[in-house]
Ligand binder design. Structure first.
Ligand code: ADP
Length: 291
């Protein structure tokens, strides 16, 4: 059975703000990274995909049927991990999961089996009887991830899933995500490239409401191949480089700098591009960083 969500020329505006502009994307089973700085429109796109809001123009379809026509059925297939959520502080982890299972209409016997599996999957066995107010940021994120998986959704939407996590917890969550992704559409919204660079099949770069890149990570890096340079320069050259290029890294030595920069006019770069370079290339305007 097919499992495809498509955005077809979707616009969303709030009064005079255009939060999404002519977005056309297709999501088949796989992991998708939705990348953009704050304000780019990521949450808006997620709200539309989860039918929590509707487009101003254009359509969102599930297997060619507008989601507005199959809202309840479509929604029942979605697992959503919202951005950092407070509340439920006096629930224990376990009672929170049962509560969410009830909201999703899962019967108690089935919920019990699923919850036990999920607790193991996200390694919360030791803390699941504690109240949420005593949970660390990492435990809370893992719990939110677990509740998103209740009901075995075909479409999993994760909004900034690694917010507030330390580097080790980020890696763990990334691993959980790639383990469960099989046969699901997984959309991960984040402004942290590392969250998705090793696991995403496809990347959507969103800037000021527009999709400015849509393709695999490999294709993304290819688009800036030959444009990335590293060079050792003297201290008095730094302002010239800042004025001319997007600098992705500056290391200071005693009397010199090692700079990593992007030069759009050349194709003989001496460095292999990485995802941070790509983020800089597509997302950051030169004026924003040359000061
Ligand atoms: P992101 O999640 O990438 O940070 P958002 O989707 O939250 O971006 O916001 C995109 C743009 O739409 C921003 O300019 C934001 O201020 C605006 N926006 C989002 N939601 C609303 C709303 N309910 N009312 C008015 N403006 C909004």
């Amino acid at each position: 059975m097919s499992n495809v969500v498509s955005f077809n020329n979707v616009f969303k505006s709030y009064k005079e703000i255009n939060a999404l502009i002519d977005v056309t994307i297709e999501l088949q089973p796989g992991i998708y990274g939705l990348i953009g700085p704050n304000g780019a429109g990521k949450s808006t796109l997620i709200r539309l995909m989860a039918t929590l809001d509707t487009p101003s123009l254009g359509s969102i379809k599930y297997n060619d049927t507008p989601v507005s026509e199959i809202k309840g059925h479509y929604r029942s297939m979605i697992g959503l991990m919202p951005q950092e959520q407070k509340g439920y502080e006096y629930f224990t982890g376990l009672s929170f999961l049962y509560y969410m299972a009830v909201l999703k209409g899962i019967d108690r016997a089935d919920a019990k089996i699923q919850i036990q599996q999920l607790i193991k999957q996200v390694s919360l066995e030791d803390s699941i009887h504690r109240k949420l107010k005593t949970f660390s940021g990492g435990m809370r994120q893992r719990l939110m991830f677990a509740q998103a998986l209740l009901g075995n959704p075909k479409i999993l939407i994760l909004d900034e899933p690694t917010a507030g996590l330390d580097p080790f917890e980020r890696i763990k969550l990334r691993n959980y995500i790639s383990q469960i992704a099989k046969d699901k559409i997984v959309l991960i919204a984040t402004h942290v490239m590392q969250d998705i660079e090793s696991i995403a099949d496809k990347v959507f770069l969103l800037k000021e409401g527009k999709v400015v890149f849509n393709g695999s990570g490999e294709e993304l890096l290819k688009t800036i191949s030959g444009k990335v340079f590293e060079e050792q320069i003297s201290v008095d050259q730094i302002s010239k480089y800042q004025g001319m290029y997007k600098l992705s890294k500056v290391f200071k030595f005693d009397n010199s700098y090692l700079v990593r920069y992007l030069d759009d006019t050349r194709n003989d770069g001496n460095q292999t591009p990485n995802f941070e370079d790509a983020y800089l290339y597509y997302m950051v305007d030169h004026e924003d960083i040359s000061e």
